[in-house]
Ligand binder design. Structure first.
Ligand code: DQA
Length: 146
């Protein structure tokens, strides 16, 4: 089973962005931890980061059909990413939305995600571990469904 891990704008700067909000790990470090956990769970992850909404849509269209689920941190596209929302809707796969920081404790505009209504669930505020939990939860749900 293959899970897509999609990272939106500015997440390529993790490690250099405010560590109090986003932690000290780079995106590569996070993906390494995810790949380790995926191996233990007997699944595969395919990671992708882009600062461009259209590139994210292209990735979803290309890889969605063969994926068991999607873990997405849309970054600031949480507020405006309607094209990403539509692309995810078209695939109909289970989605976990992740944010490193607690978006509810920050600016007003970060509190309402356009993607959250179609996600199975949302994990915010737990840093890189949120991605691991998201993967574990999607895999557990898929196994339960059989
Ligand atoms: C973020 C939260 C967003 O509001 C912000 O625009 C990001 C990162 C997070 O992971 O906490 O770029 O998605």
């Amino acid at each position: 089973m293959k899970y897509l891990v999609i990272q939106g704008p500015n997440l390529n700067w993790l490690g250099k962005r405010d560590p109090k909000l986003y932690g000290k790990m780079s995106l590569g470090d996070i993906h390494k931890e995810m790949a380790k956990r995926a191996k233990e769970l007997g699944v595969e992850i395919v990671t992708f980061q882009s600062n461009h909404e259209g590139a994210i849509v292209d990735f979803i269209q290309k890889n969605g059909p063969s994926a068991a689920g999607v873990i997405i941190n849309p970054g600031a596209y949480l507020a405006t990413g309607y094209a990403i929302l539509d692309a995810l809707l078209d695939q109909g796969k289970p989605i976990a939305e992740v944010h490193l920081s607690n978006v509810h404790a920050r600016d007003e505009w970060r509190r309402k995600s356009v993607i959250a209504p179609i996600a199975k669930g949302v994990i915010v505020g737990f840093g890189w571990r949120g991605y691991i939990k998201a993967l574990e939860l999607l895999v557990a749900e898929a196994q339960q469904k059989g």
